[in-house]
Design a binder for this molecule. Structure first.
Ligand code: AHM
Ligand code: MG
Length: 332
C-alpha cells in the first residue's frame, strides 16, 4: 500500500506532525490540522503550477472551466485554494492574504488561529516556468474565542508566530516549516502523493559565498549597500538572483548566503511585505541559526502597523547579515 511504501522510504509529513504533536502532551492537535490543511492546499497548487504551461493552450482552444469561467491567473487560483482549505479546516478564524486588502473571515469564530499568507510569491516568474512559492505565518489569536477576530490578532509581532513556513514549487516541490523547535523540510513525492521528510533540523551555514540582490537598482541603494556589493565582488562572492524570494531564500539557507532587498530611492521601505513575506522567513532563518534584519533591528522585533506594510529585508547567514548591518550603522 501507499502507507507501507511511505514507511519504507521515510517519515511522511503526517507522521512527523503527529510525532511532533505527541511531544507536547497538552497540545490539542489544532495546529497539526492547520499545517495539514496548508500542506494539502500546497499539493493542489503544485498540480496547477505543473500544468501552467498548458493553460494558454486550453484557452486558445476555447475551453473554460466547469463553472464556465475563463482561466484565471495562477496567483488568483492559489489564493482561492488556500482560503478555501483554511476555511474548511475550521482551525482558523481570520486570514490576511497578499491578494486581498483587508481581513478575510472564515466564519469560524471558534478557530484559535489566524494566518497571514502570500499564496503565490514570485509573480514575475509564474508564467515562465521558474520557481515560485507560498509563504505562511501562523499566530494564536489574542481576541477571545467565539468573538470576531480583529487587527490585534495580526499585530502581535514576529516573535509571537507559533509556526511559519513556505512551499517551494521548484525542480522539486518542498514544504519547509518550523513550529519553533528547528526547521524541517519535506520533499513532495509525486507518485505517492506524500511529503517525505528530506532535511531534518536544517541549519543555515554561519557564513557563505552567495549574494542575492537586484543589481539593476544599484544606483538607488544606500552608499553603504553599494560599498558592500562592490566589496563582495572583490572578495569573490558569487551572485544568484531568481527574483523569487522563496527560491532565493531556500538556496541561500542550504548553501550559505545573503538575500537583500534594501530601500531604494523609489521605495523607501523596500518592496517586501512584513506580515506574510519577511516575518515568516525571518522566523525560519533564526530557527536555522541565520538572521534577518531591516538594517536597524531584527525583522522579528519590528512592531507592525498595518497588514500590507513593507520593510527592507536582509536575510541569510548570520555573519553576512551582521556585516551588512555593521556597514549600515556606519552611515548613521
Ligand atoms: P510579488 O509578491 O509581487 O511576487 O513580489 C515579491 C518578489 C519576490 O519574490 C522577489 O524576491 C522580489 O519580488 C523581486 O523583486 P524585483 O523584481 O524588484 O527584484
Ligand atoms: Mg509576494
Amino acid at each position: 500500500s501507499v502507507q507501507e511504501l511511505a514507511v519504507l522510504i521515510g517519515t511522511t509529513l503526517d507522521r512527523f506532525i503527529h510525532q511532533e504533536q505527541s511531544a507536547f502532551p497538552y497540545a490539542t492537535g489544532e495546529l497539526s490540522h492547520l499545517l495539514r490543511d496548508i500542506a494539502l492546499a500546497g499539493k493542489i497548487i503544485n498540480r496547477e503550477v505543473n500544468r501552467a504551461g498548458l493553460v494558454d493552450l486550453s484557452g486558445a482552444m476555447g475551453q473554460s472551466n466547469v463553472q464556465g469561467e475563463c482561466q484565471q491567473k495562477l496567483d488568483v487560483i492559489a489564493n482561492i485554494r488556500f482560503l478555501r482549505a483554511l476555511q474548511r479546516g475550521g482551525e482558523v478564524c481570520a486570514i490576511i492574504s497578499e491578494e486581498d486588502e483587508g481581513i478575510i473571515y472564515t466564519n469560524n469564530d471558534n478557530g484559535k488561529y489566524v494566518v497571514a499568507i502570500d499564496p503565490l510569491d514570485g509573480s514575475s516568474n509564474i508564467d515562465v516556468n521558474v520557481s515560485i512559492g507560498t509563504i505562511f505565518s501562523i499566530y494564536r489569536r489574542v481576541t477571545p474565542i467565539g468573538t470576531q477576530a480583529n487587527m490585534s490578532d495580526f499585530m502581535q509581532g514576529g516573535r509571537k508566530q507559533v509556526a511559519a513556513g513556505y512551499i517551494l514549487y521548484g525542480s522539486s516541490t518542498m514544504l519547509v516549516y518550523s513550529t519553533g523547535s528547528g526547521v524541517n523540510a519535506f520533499t513532495y513525492e509525486y507518485s505517492l502523493g506524500e511529503y517525505i521528510l528530506s532535511h531534518r533540523n536544517l541549519r543555515c551555514p554561519e557564513d557563505g559565498g552567495i549574494y542575492s540582490i537586484n543589481d539593476a537598482y544599484f544606483e538607488q541603494y544606500d552608499p553603504n549597500i553599494q560599498a558592500y556589493l562592490v566589496n563582495s565582488r572583490k572578495r569573490g562572492l558569487t551572485a544568484r538572483y531568481i527574483g523569487s524570494l522563496v527560491g532565493d531564500f531556500h538556496r541561500n539557507s542550504l548553501k550559505g548566503g545573503i538575500y537583500l532587498y534594501p530601500a531604494t530611492e523609489k521605495a523607501a521601505c523596500g518592496k517586501l511585505r512584513l506580515l506574510y513575506e519577511c516575518y515568516p522567513l525571518a522566523f525560519l532563518a533564526e530557527q536555522m541559526g541565520g538572521s534577518a534584519s531591516d538594517g536597524q533591528q531584527p525583522i522579528l522585533d519590528i512592531v507592525p502597523q498595518n497588514y500590507h506594510q513593507r520593510t527592507p529585508f536582509i536575510v541569510g547567514s548570520s555573519k553576512m547579515v551582521g556585516e551588512v548591518v555593521a556597514a549600515l550603522k556606519r552611515s548613521v
